[in-house]
Design a protein around this ligand. Sequence first.
Ligand SMILES: C[S@@+](CC[C@H](N)C(=O)[O-])C[C@H]1O[C@@H](n2cnc3c(N)ncnc32)[C@H](O)[C@@H]1O
Length: 498
Amino acid sequence: MHKYWGKKPFNEISKFIERYTSENEVVLDSFCGSGVTLIEALRANRKCIGVDLNPIAMLISKVSMTAVDVSLVKNTFTEIQHKLKSTINSLYETKINGENTLVTHTIWQNDQPVEVWYATSASKKKIREGLPIDITMSRSPSLKAKWYPDTPMFENSRINITKDERVSDLFTPRALVGLSYLLYEIKTIEDEKIRNIFLLTLSGTLSQASNLVFVIRERKKNGISQSKAEVGSWVIGYWIPREHFEINVWNCFENRYKRVLKGIGEINEIFGDKDDAYIAKHARLINGTATALPIDEDSVDYVFIDPPHANRILYLEQSLMWNAWLQLDKDINWDSEIIVSEAKERKNKNAENYTALLSRAFSEIKRVLKPNKVFSMAFNCLDDNTWIETLRLFTKYGFVLCNIEPLVYSATSVIQDNRKNALKTDFVLSFINTEREDLKEIVFNNDKDLLEERIVTILKDHPEHEVYNVMNALFEETMPSGYIFKPSYIVKKCAELM
Ligand SMILES: C[S@@+](CC[C@H](N)C(=O)[O-])C[C@H]1O[C@@H](n2cnc3c(N)ncnc32)[C@H](O)[C@@H]1O
């Protein structure tokens, strides 16, 4: 229904919930993101509490756990279609050789329209060269935009945000008109559940309606690019390619709606037998910070978290396009985000701040989790210090390791770290909440000969292993003995030995 980075495989999470809790017990995820843990907890008849700093994550979670009358959704879409389809399409209509045409896609190259795909009454897809009229239609649309966000973004070259760039700069003036009309209409929907669904539909439309959609050019075998273009899709970052698509806003919205409708079917299958009163009683969503939980002490039976991994995904910065359009950005608590960011205006978001806030989040978990209950954390990181610092937090708060196992993704996914040697599985580290104060800190073992010996043994049994499998095996083996080998050493040694 909606993209969110870091979504976890649901079937894997339910395994942990069922292992560590019984029916009606309370599961907490204080970094709940799009709510996978919560949905799995409810599905297994547990109670759940989800906390996240990111407002769009809250909306995704909320919609994902609410069954809804599909006919109401369909009727609302028909109404929106009736009111806006022809208005929005009028921004893309022009006469070519006396024939009425509707532009579906414009390919911009260095700010010039170079290729236009359009439909006529006789054909769904025709292609022509860009014309001066395409510039006029896109830059000086015939309708005035209603409200749209011109929120400033944090300059950050890592996610391609330049100085003084604003959310509105990601769109053409024509796209801003279409999207602003949709937002205006959606906000008039009275029924909150239905309104939320369409807000999410609009938010999910934004990337495909923006200038972030790159052009995929087929390549001939000899490397010379062919003229045939295909539509790419936004993955991450705010990079506006020199050659990008501008897609008809109505089509983007309608396509997204079809996907949302499919998602609603799935939600209804899961939650059809649980009415709103049941969900209200069993699920609590808190748009707040994991570092200060409004939750009673010793009231939670199991914690499963998947916190941000240092600087890998800048959740709030990446979500600003969504939050700004839905006007959810006003009260964002940027300071509490547990993140390492290179943004110039977020200089305090460094490794120290990350560890300090994560430590506070751990102390909150310690406070709310009942004694002798389990705390699991998904973890995927290659940085030596992040590993050891995180492991030390567990020790600091008396959490004793009871299980370590990989979290398997069913398919390769953009949310995973696909860098060379990246850990292709997350680990789930599970710990028992004890009052022990004598726990020894986990330390690095720098014995390179021992490391080599271990890797050789692992590879002897599993010659097909990749670096990440070796790392999995090593962590599983060594952590219970109170040490780990540095991930950077493991990667280096593997490179020598494999
Ligand atoms: C790896 S994602 C979680 C994804 C989630 N497991 C899912 O399935 O969608 C980490 C989340 O931590 C949130 N976050 C960062 N700092 C936070 C804080 N101080 N309190 C609560 N949530 C925070 C981010 O907004 C992000 O949604």
